[in-house]
Design a binder for this molecule. Structure first.
Ligand code: G16
Length: 584
């Protein structure tokens, strides 16, 4: 089908609050639906990019409410800004790592991802948009600040409209996103424009197949002593999960639960953690389910996060990335030549650091946000990266990748169990890892949708506390007391900042941290991904080298540090919150 369009310049004016957060612009659907809201942001994006005319971008989302409407609006803006082609995912769907793989596989100019990730969806919930650059990764700060600058001064946007002389139906509205193939639009003012509806999984699945030994994984699925359950949380990964775990690896169709992508994620919060994936956690607990699978896994709304469970056993994301790095060379063909470096976000526990030290490779500590890994990956200084926020990935794409992480764990279980009569459990694999490297206990407390004023006042209070502690210090090495009743002293009290070793760019104010003399840490950060109010994150970590002390519950192990953090921050007084909304 073809149609024609004309380019029209539509007057608009700036709309407040279009600054991107940790990962794109996330707001309530109703905010996005305001007149010109999406148009302004996308035009500001296009205006900030050099050499855009004639280029091709990828476009797709996690299928949440308003996804398809947004795709049509963006296609009109793309056509009117001179792009030659937009590759749109089938039915408007592309999981976040898949869009990164499409950009890389076809050397595209970049891509637009429509997602608010793990945030709930539906008419009263969240929508989001983010831009990825040519390496397939989230736009760096230089690009996002240029977009924001443009949103503050925008006065018009370019839009593809039906030519005046043309009394035909609107060809953009008529594009059927459920039919793969190309639609060409002739432009009465210039070069034509193509919308190409592509398979949502082909490039991505081909890439994953080249990285893992699928025959070995298939043999694991065929073992009578192995069972597996994947929770797609009604997010985008259901169809990908079916294709990989069922069609390619031979799992039963029931091994994918909540596999149908829904616009509102079935009313649930599509965030794979112990709170929001409680149904999967219960199914994996042999005390509640005698048929508990040997491995459980979940991914989030847009498929970049993951959670891995054994039988009644939770693998923390900090342990997960460390273990994947430790086993990568022997268990995963993609890493057969070994690793040059690894990286983690600052609040992520230091289990990965110990693996890096053992392997003799570089370890990088970056601010929270996957975008900070991109330069390190491009420079081949980090092949495996991870975040405590259930993000794990490698340099095969430039996004974190939920299904990749699940395949890594399948590969590790297959490798450890190969040639053995009995399956080696995930719990045993992790406990053996702790025996060798020590255990980094880790927990995060989230206080979601706190009143912004109280959250900011609490952070100002912590700043003052840190300033006073540092000022009272006799010398830079002198340990500092955080509380008279707490014997372990503090070695470092600061607000984390980072200089990118590749391009020298600097990120400041990335999290208040108290690092104790024994290496334990408590950290306070404000989330950059919420859509309203403020979310306070409190992270706690403690290292236990002695295997006799490693098998206690993480909450018990961290209790003194968490109590101390709550006391000195006066969190309850500032926010009125007695309990966190989520504990991971
Ligand atoms: C995004 C980023 C991650 C970050 C996470 C949490 O993930 O890509 O790098 O760790 O948000 O960020 P914050 O603590 O600021 O809320 P996602 O899965 O939401 O795109």
């Amino acid at each position: 089908m073809t149609g024609s369009f004309a380019i029209k310049s539509i007057p608009t004016s700036p709309i407040d609050g279009q600054k991107t957060g940790t990962s794109g612009l996330r707001k309530k659907v109703s905010v996005f639906q305001q007149p010109n809201y999406l148009h302004n942001w996308v035009q500001s994006l296009f205006s900030s990019l050099d050499g855009l005319p004639g280029s091709t971008i990828a476009l797709g989302g996690d299928g949440r409410y308003w996804n398809k409407d947004a795709i049509r609006i963006i296609c009109r803006l793309a056509a009117a800004n001179g792009l030659a082609r937009v590759k749109v995912g089938h039915n408007g769907i592309l999981c976040t790592p898949a869009i990164s793989s499409v950009i890389r596989a076809h050397d595209l100019y970049g891509g637009i991802i429509l997602t608010a990730s793990h945030n709930p969806g539906g008419p009263t919930n969240d929508f989001g948009i983010k831009y990825n650059v040519a390496n397939g990764g989230p736009a760096p700060e230089t690009v996002t600040s240029a977009i924001f600058k443009n949103t503050a001064t925008i006065s018009e946007y370019n839009y593809a409209v039906v030519p005046d002389a043309d009394h035909a139906a609107d060809p953009f509205a008529a594009v059927d996103l459920s039919v793969k193939g190309e639609t060409t639009f002739s432009n009465v003012d210039g070069p034509s424009f193509v919308i190409e509806v592509i398979d949502s999984a082909d490039d991505y699945v081909t890439l994953l197949q080249s990285m893992f030994d699928f025959a070995k994984l298939k043999a694991l699925f065929a073992r009578p002593d192995f069972s597996f359950l994947f929770d797609a949380m009604n997010g985008v990964t259901g169809p990908y999960g079916h294709r990989i775990f069922v069609d390619l690896l031979g799992g039963k169709p029931e091994c994918v639960m909540r596999g149908e992508p829904l616009e509102d994620f079935g009313g649930a919060h599509p965030d794979p953690n112990l709170t929001y994936a409680a149904e999967l956690v219960a199914k994996c607990d042999p005390k509640q389910n005698p048929q508990a699978p040997d491995m459980g896994a979940a991914s989030d709304g847009d498929g970049d996060r993951n959670m891995v469970l054994g039988k009644g056993f939770f693998v923390t994301p900090s342990d997960s990335v460390a273990l994947i790095a430790a086993k990568a060379k022997e268990a995963i063909p993609y890493f057969k030549n070994g690793l040059k470096g690894v990286a983690r976000s600052m609040p992520t526990a230091g289990a990965l650091d110990r693996v890096a030290a053992e392997l003799g490779i570089e370890l990088h500590e970056v601010p929270t946000g996957w975008k900070y890994f991109g330069n390190l990956m491009d420079a081949e200084r980090a092949q495996i990266c991870g975040e405590e926020s259930f993000g794990t990935g490698s340099d095969h794409v430039r996004e974190k990748d939920g299904i990749f992480a699940v395949l890594c764990w399948l590969a590790i279980v297959a490798h450890e169990s190969a040639g053995k009569d009995a399956l080696v459990s995930i719990e045993d694999i992790v406990i053996n890892h702790w025996k060798k490297y020590g255990r980094n206990f880790f927990s995060r407390y989230d206080y979601e949708e706190v009143e912004t004023k109280g959250a900011n006042a609490m952070m100002a209070h912590i700043d003052e506390l840190q300033a006073n502690m540092n000022a009272a210090r006799g010398s830079p090495d002198e340990p500092m007391a955080l509380d008279p009743d707490f014997s372990t002293k503090v070695a470092l009290a600061d607000n984390f900042s980072y200089v990118d070793p590749i391009d020298g760019s600097e990120a400041t104010g990335q999290g208040r941290r108290f690092v104790f003399t024994d290496g334990s840490r408590v950290i306070f950060r404000l989330s950059g991904t919420g859509s309203s109010g403020a979310t306070i994150r409190l992270y706690a970590e403690r290292y236990e080298p002695d295997e006799n002390g490693q098998l206690v519950n993480a909450q018990a192990a961290l209790k003194p540090f968490i109590e101390l953090a709550l006391k000195v921050s006066k969190l309850e007084a500032f926010t009125g919150r007695r309990e966190p909304t989520v504990i991971t």
